[in-house]
Write a protein that binds this ligand. Structure first.
Ligand SMILES: NC(=O)N[C@@H](CC(=O)O)C(=O)O
Ligand SMILES: [Zn+2]
Length: 435
């Protein structure tokens, strides 16, 4: 089985043909068309398209097991493939919680059966994500799912002793703790960012310091025990400063930002439309600027979607009772193009770094986020950098509809996604494992 992708521009640079044979990039550039194996290859015309490594999402909520009305591994995988992803890390806030080898293996199997993206389960740090007792991290690490990333996402590991133990424990197998940084006491009853807008709307605020204080504490704990920390969804300018200072000091810390925090502000809460309710909350214009700069300068390592599907009965209700979270997989690349590429803050190499290479490295993957070069697995996304499209949640492969970008015109469109040489999405249609 071979595919010859002609005329596309790897990393948006010089156009170069790419020959894929048996799931592996066999040749790039002049060698590709000249290769005898190109003779019976399927030819894909990619003139005018940018070719990037398949994207890797370190923070996806697939909702299975337990909330299959909001998303399943199959529907979330389809959304991922359509968004240009070839691998996603599935957060463990499912029902039951992914806190045992059994549950993470179940998620792994569901991902394999769907076959549209590699699904890597994240294991919970504490039993039931209750923050009381460490889960069996080693059992998940040595399971078939080979879990390397652990998180109580949705909740913060707020107990400093538990956090210390978790950081110590994962050292044995090269794991990382991905912290949802939210000091629970400082955010009790919080509904949105604490600031001018929350005061005007009369909603309880979620102060920036509730995030920043946890990040500062965890960086110090990480230094103390000589471990590795990843900070989920940075949302404030102060958090960027804390991470920058820690990195300067040599702390082994990485950080992510979501597409929605790169584009939207707390002003969106004005109409009390719960589609804009999320944790951490949308912040201010100054925070958005600092997050973009932080991503451009490498203080923030990656973009992660925090794709958080919610069924309509949980989302289309009054603001106070609505579940926090937003869809992200099918809009992430376009939002990054709008906020980082069109603004000159990142080139396509930079996009490949923050959406494929670095997330794969942080998650411990050696077969994803690889360079577009001979001998590498053919995980690729072809995108049209000139196209634009209007977001319609109703058209998404996701089972839920809670996109905060509804009706927006966004730049850049995914034309095709390849997982180990097999097309998983093409012209807006996700393709099952059999095709
Ligand atoms: N981001 C959210 O607002 N919600 C996430 C949990 C999380 O990522 O914190 C969810 O699971 O719905
Ligand atoms: Zn979270």
């Amino acid at each position: 089985m071979s595919v010859l992708i002609t005329g596309g521009a790897p990393y948006g640079e010089q156009p170069a043909d790419i020959l894929v044979v048996d799931g592996v990039i066999a040749a790039v550039g002049a060698d590709a068309a000249a290769d005898p194996r190109a003779r019976d290859a399927e030819v894909v015309d990619a003139a005018g398209l940018v070719v990037l490594p398949g994207l890797v999402d370190l923070h996806t909520h697939l909702r299975e097991p337990g909330r299959e009305d909001a998303e399943t591994v199959a529907t979330g995988s389809a959304a991922a493939a359509l968004g240009g992803y070839t691998a996603v890390f599935a957060m463990p806030n499912t029902d039951p919680t992914a806190d045992t080898a059994g549950v993470v293996e179940q998620v792994l199997r569901l991902g394999e059966q769907t076959g549209l993206v590699d699904v890597h389960p994240i294991g919970a740090v504490t039993v039931g994500r209750k923050g009381q007792k460490l889960a069996e991290l080693a059992a998940m690490a040595t399971s078939a799912a080979r879990v390397r990333v652990f998180s109580d996402d949705g909740d913060c590991v707020s107990d400093p002793l538990l956090m210390r133990r978790a950081l110590e424990y994962v050292k044995a197998f090269g794991g990382v703790i991905a912290q949802h940084a939210q000091e629970p006491r400082l955010t009790q009853g919080a509904q949105m960012h604490e600031g001018e807008v929350s005061a005007r709307l009369g909603l309880t605020g979620w102060p920036a310091v509730a995030e920043e204080a946890i990040i500062a504490r965890d960086c110090l704990l990480t230094d103390h025990v000589g471990s590795r920390l990843h900070v989920c969804h940075l949302s404030t300018a102060g958090s960027v400063e804390v991470v920058a200072a820690a990195k300067k000091r040599g702390t082994n810390v990485t950080a992510e930002v979501t597409p929605h925090h790169l584009l939207l502000t707390d002003e969106r809460a004005q109409g009390y439309d719960p589609v804009f309710k999320v944790n951490p909350p949308l912040r201010t214009e100054a925070d958005v600027r600092a997050l973009r700069t932080g991503l451009a300068t490498g203080v923030i390592d990656i973009v992660a979607t925090d794709h958080a599907p919610h069924a309509s009965q949980d989302k289309e209700t009054e603001w106070d009772n609505a579940s926090p979270g937003m869809l992200g997989l099918q809009t992430a690349l376009s939002v990054v193009i709008a906020t980082m590429v069109r603004t000159g803050l990142l080139d396509w190499r930079g996009v490949a770094r923050v959406m494929a290479e670095a997330p794969a490295r942080i998650g411990g993957l050696t077969d994803q986020g690889r360079p577009i070069a001979a001998g590498e697995p053919a995980n690729l996304v072809l995108l049209d950098p000139q196209a634009s499209w209007t977001v319609r949640g109703a058209d998404f492969a996701s089972l839920s509809r809670n996109t905060p970008f509804e009706g927006m015109e966004l730049p850049g469109r995914v034309v095709a996604t390849y997982l180990r040489g097999r097309r998983t999405a093409s012209a807006g249609v996700a393709l099952g494992a059999e095709s």
